[in-house]
Ligand binder design. Sequence first.
Ligand code: NAG
Ligand code: NAG
Ligand code: NAG
Ligand code: NAG
Ligand code: NAG
Length: 737
Amino acid sequence: MVGHLLLCIILFLTVQVKDGAKLPLVQKKFMTLNGGQPEVVALGGYSGFFPSSSSSAYDFAHDISMPGTIQYCNVHFSKDNVGFCIAQINLMNTTSIEEYDPKGLKEYNIYGQQVRGYFGVDYPAKLLYENVTIRQNIFTRSGVYDGAPLVAPFQLFEERKKIPARVWLNIENYMFYKEHKINVESFLLNELPRLPDFLSSPEIGFLKSIGAKAGKSKTKLILTFLGLDEVEPTTKKPYGSLIKDLPMIKSFASGIVVPKEYIWPIDKAKMLQPATTLVQDAHKAGISVYASSFANDRLWSYNFSYDPVLEYIHFTDNSEFSVDGVLSEFPSTASEAIACINLDKKAPREVHTLIISHNGASGDIPGSTDAAYDKAIADGADVIDCSVQMSKDGVAFCSDRADLMKTTTAAALFIHRSKNVKEIQSADGVFSFDLTWNEIQTLKSKIESFFPDLPRNPINKYNGKLLTLPEFLELAKTVGVHGIFISIRNAAFLASKKGLDIVGTVSSALSHSKFDKQTLHKVLIESDDTSVLDQFKNVPTYERVLHIQDAIGSVQDQAVQEVKKHANAVHLRRNSITVAENSFIVNITQTVPAFHAANISVYVGILRNEYQNLALDYLSDPYVELATLTVLQVDGFLTDYPHTANLFSRSSCLNEQSPYVIMPVQPGMMFPQEAVAEPPQLSPKDVIDPPLPPVAKTPSPLAATPNKQTSSTTTTLRVCDQSLFYAAVVVILTIYT
Ligand SMILES: *[C@@H]1O[C@H](CO)[C@@H](O)[C@H](O)[C@H]1NC(C)=O
Ligand SMILES: *[C@@H]1O[C@H](CO)[C@@H](O)[C@H](O)[C@H]1NC(C)=O
Ligand SMILES: *[C@@H]1O[C@H](CO)[C@@H](O)[C@H](O)[C@H]1NC(C)=O
Ligand SMILES: *[C@@H]1O[C@H](CO)[C@@H](O)[C@H](O)[C@H]1NC(C)=O
Ligand SMILES: *[C@@H]1O[C@H](CO)[C@@H](O)[C@H](O)[C@H]1NC(C)=O
């Protein structure tokens, strides 16, 4: 099944990249040692998705990364001197060996550490290759691809599609193997078709030994650095002191692999510190530098805004230096960073999908604050957004929702004013319409995180202040802002129960700022209530956007016609466009073509960089989601991270002519599943709303015309649950038996 799957991928890629693959890569100048493009090294293949060092991981890395990507195999040895690729010496969690040999647990002293587990030196190669399979060792990644046999290093040397293989072998625990009578050099020199292109080791003794035996081979010998305080076994010196003696390293190696922190240190709070001069120093000494280990699904520093591409760029595309290569578990993302991303803010847009901020750049800064909007503008949002809320005394201001508990310090200051307002939400809240604007101004804005393990930058936790609607409209006149997106909720409730005229307030603020008499700025008015949108029909330049809050899978023709009566565009959730099951995308809905047929634009949101927000097919890479939505022809992205959308829109890997293409997701390609029920169809009754009630003179609890119930717009994907685990087991059985 996996074989079939990969064949599909290959066919798909061949179609997509057809002529493109023949074009030379756009040669951008890089400050690498040889001036060329940094190398992408696939650590254990595509180990961010498939179990490390499995053949699926290697195949996928080959198919989806940029041409010339190097396959990296960490070599360990069997009792009878045969090498195999595996992430670590202890086979306990990375393979199925425990099931094969439940009583085989052993303990070895490895460089002064007692290690309990399973080790290659206790088993003959035949047994390992025949009876042991590879497993996903990182529990946040999917286990559905477990069960593949071990890969032998020689398999990586096979030429594919006329592209010569480039192989990197890493030898760990050389001294340990020597003590166990394993002759590593003999395996490398006699059992492989040739020496690999790159041969690395954390042990100087090995590099010197193989260097003496390798003769005139073109193999690059590389010293792998471990943690600064860890001790190199040959010299017994910590790596932190060895790194200071570059000429000594140059005497036996042409390059080094270093953990990322050697180049860009981070402090305890995960803030990026200024870069060291290691890369420049090494280049002066004639030594190449490879940075390790990049992964999209691990928080390393807050400075990268959960955008994995931004992290690579710090290493490959800054004004001081570029590393010569990156060792990555997600080599397609590394490829994007190197082959596609253009940091020039004036570079032409390749993708013209509208970039609409969501509460400003709320991924980095508390939403709807002056600082969040300033950043959204600097980050290249085309349109900045304001979700209008009303204070008790009628001041309109921007904030994500009427309940201020999660986005400000209201819970600490005004908890005694918290209430249950069932028309708005089921949980209690401290609502803006119960506080005066003076009271609201005493609150501090607070950054809101949506994924418990992935908090947003704590350094900005209380940054920025809320803006009134008129202040926001002034800011929107900044050069570079092409439009505003004004969102209106709860209009009927505010009118009837609170005596607050949100529609009138917004209309007059827009007129007062002259947005009704201009065409320079696009003005988008968004609401989930068609009666609200109708109130803005009198200004023909306003684009009216209907927010369809619930997931829909298709749209009845009459519903499209009904939408058309009230709106020029719709705002859909992400899962009204793609259908996911077990966190994998299984289908694409018909919503975009249905609305487009009636000339109704489709904006999709909310997009968030955090990998937990992404279906697994997206490879923990927000650019793959953007590429997929672009192929599906959506007209706008509503995003917490406009910077990422902007980098994407200027990247050069989006058309078929590009040498490297960011691959959109094909439903069911990564993990075929049974057909699943689509979300419901949108029918006309979902679109029609009662007319807005008059604004009550004095708030009266009886004058209620409850508006449509609002529901949370947060989209989260359930990560692997129990049933998926069993599904995985079934898949293993069907694949490998
Ligand atoms: C294997 O997994 C167990 C349970 O998650 C963990 O406690 C142990 O440290 C792991 N061992 C290795 C060698 O990774
Ligand atoms: C693999 O396991 C099977 C079944 O337990 C056994 O018959 C076979 O001999 C094993 N292979 C090796 C090489 O030990
Ligand atoms: C990382 O972010 C912090 C906080 O915003 C900032 O002070 C620091 O200068 C940034 N680091 C780098 C290297 O840009
Ligand atoms: C589609 O709508 C846009 C504005 O929303 C308008 O400018 C354009 O003329 C319309 N096209 C058609 C074919 O109706
Ligand atoms: C995808 O959607 C189409 C059209 O609604 C449906 O016929 C098909 O069964 C769906 N496929 C899956 C895998 O759910």
